[in-house]
Ligand binder design. Structure first.
Ligand code: PEP
Ligand code: MG
Length: 575
C-alpha cells in the first residue's frame, strides 16, 4: 500500500495504465537570424529545468533506494554539464538557423549513436541515459505533454499530470488517477474533482511499483493505493464503496431544501465548474448557481485563443443550463500551473504572468472575452469576476475594459445586462490587506483560498514536498479570511469563497461563524455541506469561530473543529 494525498473522492478497483514518457516528436524547423537569441534562451531554460528535475529525482532516489541506484541520475546530470556538447549545439543553432529542439535532437542523437555502436556493453547502456536526457530537454523545450492515448477503463498511473493531460485522459473513460507528484489544490487535482474522477496525488513513487495491467485499488477518500489487492481487501473496499453510496443517496433527499441553519441563517451554496457540461450540476446538486466558472478550460482545449463567437456559444450554454440561477464567470486565469499551448515558460510562474495580468496585457483577448460574457448576460444572470487582483489599479483598468466592451456592443445594437456585476477574487495577500478598498470599487468579493494560502504561507500549492505546510487552518489564514469578511461587510458587499476550503466539511463551522455569505465548491460535495448547515446552529458556529480566533496552532484548530462537527452531525462519514 502506498500513501499519497487524497485529491478526488471515490474508490476504484481496476487495471493500471502506466503512462510512459514518450519520446517527443521533433521536426526540422528553420528559424530567422533574429530568432536565434530567443532559441538560445529556450535551450538554456530547458537545460536548467532538466537539471532541476534530475536533481530532485536524484535526491528522492537517494533517500528511498540509496546512492548506488541514484548514480544513473548523476550520470544524466553530468551530460547536461558537458560544455563541449552544448557549445556545439549553440553553434549549430546560430550557424544552421534551425530550432533548438531540432538541433538538440540531431546533435545528441549523433553522440548517442557513437555510444550505441561501441563494443563496450557499459557504453551501450549509457546510451539510454543520453536518450533520456535528450528527450527531457526536448520535452522541456516544447513544454510537451504526456501522451493522451490509452486503453479505455483504466486507472492512469503517471509521474505527474498537467491540467491539459487530465482533460485529455478524461475523454477516454479514465477510472482514476494516481500520480507521483502533485498537491491537493494543483489544477490537475481540481480538474479530476470536477470531472468526478477519483484520484490520489503525491504518491512519490507509484510509477516505480506499478506496471500496466496490474490490478490496483485507488482510494480517493483516504489517499491510499493498494497494489495487487487480495480478495479480502477487494471485498472490504466494495463494502466501503457501498457505505458511501448509501450516504450519497440520503443526501439527495435534501436536494431541494434551502441551506439554512437550525436557527434560521441562510447562506448560498454554489458550484465551481470548468466545462459547460458540468453546468447541469447546478440543479442536480440543489445549488444556488455557479459561484466560479473557470473559463480557462476552453482556452486550454484549443491551440490558439478561442474566438469571441466560440466563447459566446460556450458561455451561453452554461447560462442557459444554470438558469434561473446566476453564473459567476471568471475572466481568463492562465499562467501558474495552467499553461496554454502558446504561453512562454517562466522561472516563477505562480509569481509571474498570470490571471488579470495576462488579460490587461492582451487587450484584444480580454475584449473578446468580455464581449462574449456580456452577450451571454442577455440569456440569464451573469456576474463577472477578476482573478489574481493585487491592487486597485488593476480593477480600475479592468472596469475601463468592461466599459469599452459595453460601448462597442451598444454601438452594434447588441443587448446585454446593463447592470452586470463585477467582482474581484481575493487570492493575493496584498488584495486581502486592502479588501475594504477593493470591495468599494466592486460589487462583490470572492476569496480564492487555493492561491491565498499558497501566497500567504509561501507554500507552492502543487508541490507535494511541502504539502504538509499548506495549511487551511493556519491562524494567519483564518485571521485574513475574517478581516476580508469584516471589511467587505463594512461597505455593504457580500463575500463568497470559491477556493477548496469552501467545500471542506471541517472548515464549515468556522467559515459560517466568521460570517461568510456564499460557499462555492466542487459540485459533488455540495449536498454534504448542505446537510451539515441544516444540522447546526449559526449562533454556535459564531461561538466556535470566536474560540478558534484565540487558538495558536493548526492542529488545535482542526481537532477542535473535528470534534465539534462530529458531535453536531454524527452520521457524517469523515475519513
Ligand atoms: C483559488 O485560488 O482559490 C481559486 C478558486 O482559483 P484557482 O484554483 O482556479 O486558482
Ligand atoms: Mg486562484
Amino acid at each position: 500500500m502506498l500513501h499519497g494525498i487524497p485529491a478526488s473522492p471515490g474508490i476504484v478497483i481496476g487495471k493500471a495504465y502506466v503512462v510512459a514518457k514518450q519520446a517527443p516528436r521533433v521536426e526540422e524547423k528553420a528559424i530567422a537570424e533574429t530568432e536565434v537569441p530567443q532559441e538560445l534562451k529556450r535551450l538554456q531554460h530547458a537545460v536548467d529545468r532538466s537539471e532541476r528535475e534530475l536533481q530532485k529525482i536524484l535526491q528522492l532516489t537517494e533517500q528511498k533506494v540509496g546512492s548506488q541506484k541514484a548514480k544513473i541520475f548523476e550520470a544524466q546530470i553530468m551530460i547536461l554539464a558537458d560544455t563541449f556538447l552544448f557549445d556545439s549545439i549553440r553553434k549549430r543553432i546560430t550557424k544552421d538557423l534551425r530550432s533548438a529542439e531540432y538541433v538538440v535532437h540531431r546533435e545528441i542523437s549523433k553522440y548517442q549513436q557513437v555510444m550505441m555502436n561501441s563494443s563496450d556493453e557499459y557504453m551501450r547502456e549509457r546510451a539510454h541515459d543520453v536518450e533520456d536526457v535528450k528527450n527531457r530537454i526536448i520535452r522541456n523545450i516544447q513544454q510537451d505533454k504526456l501522451i493522451s492515448r490509452f486503453d479505455a477503463s483504466s486507472i492512469v498511473v503517471s509521474e505527474i499530470l498537467t491540467p491539459a493531460d487530465t482533460i485529455l485522459f478524461s475523454r477516454n473513460e479514465v477510472l482514476a488517477y494516481a500520480t507521483d507528484m502533485g498537491g491537493i489544490t494543483s489544477h490537475a487535482a481540481l480538474l479530476s474533482r470536477s470531472l468526478n474522477i477519483p484520484s490520489v496525488v503525491g504518491l512519490k513513487e507509484i510509477t516505480k511499483h506499478v506496471q500496466s495491467g496490474n490490478i490496483i485499488i485507488v482510494d480517493g477518500y483516504t489517499g491510499s493505493v493498494i497494489i495487487h489487492p487480495t480478495e479480502e481487501t477487494i471485498t472490504r473496499c466494495n463494502e466501503r464503496k457501498a457505505e458511501h453510496l448509501q450516504f450519497d443517496t440520503r443526501l439527495k433527499e435534501i436536494r431541494e431544501l434551502t441551506a439554512q441553519t437550525m436557527d434560521g441563517k441562510i447562506v448560498q451554496l454554489c458550484c465551481n465548474i470548468e466545462f459547460s457540461e458540468e453546468a447541469l450540476n447546478v440543479h442536480a446538486q440543489g445549488s444556488n448557481g455557479i459561484g466560479l466558472y473557470r473559463t480557462e478550460g476552453l482556452f486550454m482545449r484549443t491551440e490558439n485563443y478561442p474566438s469571441e463567437e466560440e466563447q459566446f456559444i460556450e458561455y451561453k450554454t452554461v447560462v442557459e443550463k444554470a438558469r434561473p440561477h446566476k453564473v459567476v464567470m471568471r475572466t481568463l486565469d492562465i499562467g501558474g500551473d495552467k499553461v496554454v499551448s502558446n504561453a512562454s515558460s517562466e522561472e516563477n510562474p505562480f509569481l509571474g504572468w498570470r490571471g488579470i495580468r495576462v488579460s490587461l496585457d492582451m487587450p484584444e483577448v480580454f475584449q473578446s472575452q468580455l464581449r462574449a460574457m456580456l452577450r451571454a448576460s442577455a440569456f440569464g444572470e451573469v456576474w463577472i469576476m477578476l482573478p489574481m487582483i493585487s491592487g486597485i489599479k488593476e480593477i480600475r483598468k479592468a472596469k475601463e475594459c468592461l466599459e469599452h466592451a459595453k460601448n462597442s456592443l451598444r454601438n452594434e445594437g447588441i443587448v446585454f445586462d446593463e447592470n452586470i456585476r463585477i467582482g474581484a477574487m481575493i487570492e493575493v495577500p496584498s488584495a486581502a490587506v486592502i479588501a475594504g478598498e477593493i470591495a468599494e470599487e466592486t460589487d462583490f468579493l470572492s476569496i480564492g483560498t487555493n492561491d491565498l494560502i499558497q501566497y500567504l504561507l509561501a507554500v507552492d500549492r502543487g508541490n507535494e514536498n511541502v504539502s504538509s505546510l499548506y495549511q487551511e487552518f493556519h491562524p494567519a489564514v483564518i485571521k485574513t479570511i475574517r478581516s476580508i469578511i469584516i471589511e467587505a461587510h463594512r461597505v455593504g458587499k457580500t463575500v463568497s469563497m470559491c477556493g477548496e476550503m469552501a467545500g471542506d466539511p471541517i472548515a464549515l463551522l468556522l467559515l459560517l461563524g466568521l460570517g461568510l455569505d456564499e460557499f462555492s465548491m466542487t459540485p459533488y460535495i455540495l449536498p454534504e455541506i448542505k446537510k451539515i448547515i441544516r444540522s447546526i446552529s449559526y449562533h454556535e458556529a459564531e461561538e466556535i469561530a470566536n474560540r478558534i480566533l484565540e487558538m495558536k496552532t493548526e492542529d488545535d484548530i482542526k481537532d477542535f473543529l473535528r470534534v465539534n462537527l462530529h458531535t453536531m452531525v454524527p452520521e457524517l462519514l469523515l475519513e
